[in-house]
Design a protein around this ligand. Sequence first.
Ligand code: GUN
Ligand code: FE
Length: 439
Amino acid sequence: MTTRVIQGDFYTATGPTTVELHPQALICIDDQGMIERIVEQSATDYAQVVQHAQQADRLLKAADGQVILPGFVDLHVHAPQWPNAGLALDLPLEDWLQHYTFPLEAKYCDPAFASQVYPTLVKELLNNGTTTVLFFGTIHNQDNLILAQECLKQGLRSLIGRVAMDNPDQTPEYYRDHSSQAALADTEAFIRELTDLGRGEPLAPTPVITPRFVPSCTDETLAGLGQLARHYDLPIQSHLSESKWEHQYAIERFGKHDAEVLDQFGLLTDKAVMAHATQLTAADQQLVRDRSTALAHCPISNVYFGSGIMPVKTLLHDQIKVGLGTDISGGYSPSLYDNLRQAVMSSQIRQDGVGPESAGVDDSRISMKTAFYLATVGGGRSLHLPIGEIKPGFQADLQIVQERFVEPTDDSSNRLERLLYQTHRADVKRVIVNGVIVK
Ligand code: GUN
Ligand code: FE
């Protein structure tokens, strides 16, 4: 049964370089929060559908100069790092982790701290037009559950991982799992607790197996997490060849590349979403492709820690699933709009190179349409969820955005490009998740 109809101009990506504009279409949403029908302006019953919805007080009309987009999918957020967004990004990754990030995450052993931080984070993400988030939590189950409760309360679609990190060589005494058994037992407890918390909820958060990254984990923990992922058939998230340092670390400890290590432990699956992947060789890319693993491109974070720029265009050309992530707080911004723009800018730098001594890579530049695809369709496919597209059978996860300049001579491409370059938080006027207005 139709419970809401949203009327307006909407854009939805249909492929990595193709976006469709549907002028003044009607998005009909059923009582499960799914899009059941799109009624184009040319449909014979268009006026009738509008009238019925109006009479039942179920019509939401985007105002003049507003555009409807799919809600964005953020594939990589460290929830506990929100208070440090933008801090110490001049440090190398390994020092930033030890001196800023681990000390902050350790503070979440106090649930009061989580209760203070998480409501503001969830609100900020929604206010920026993000409707689904794949989160890293901390090693503390209680605080991860506070994050889950907040997502349910505010109506953010979420997937949440309890972080596992037990390697004493790479993690501090004050913030680590004290044995592999403890890391695995707490992960399993979190899967149970999160499942209980979400039972019966339309936005029940999905538990995610989360080895922090190869350096943080012992072999036993990596192997155990691979087994848990298989046993419970769960998504996996981690960092993959994020920087030269991480890539080199795997070679020194295992004599092989990061991707091969994750694969050896059963962690490179078609339900895995691996962040960054700036350092993959052609063989690593082939492995990722063979395993149907998704990659989260975090372009702002990569400027600081990535030692390079992900070859997005090549990966998409090779049919590898790619989405977008903010990587709070390695990325300073909670906005995927900022990351869309950085994705385009970074790809241009990859193509042009950085000066006479360092040539660029031909055919690296991506368009704003491709960046839009990453933040919507790419994210949905990476998570195997019916999100990121405005079409029947998909969740009604939407944002309504105010255009800053309405230029009547714009064709649909220019209008979208203008919109995606110019939109800021204040321009995101409405956010809808699962058919419910949450902003
Ligand atoms: N590698 C391991 N942990 C982290 C983290 O918290 N942020 C980033 N960017 N990379 C990581
Ligand atoms: Fe990260």
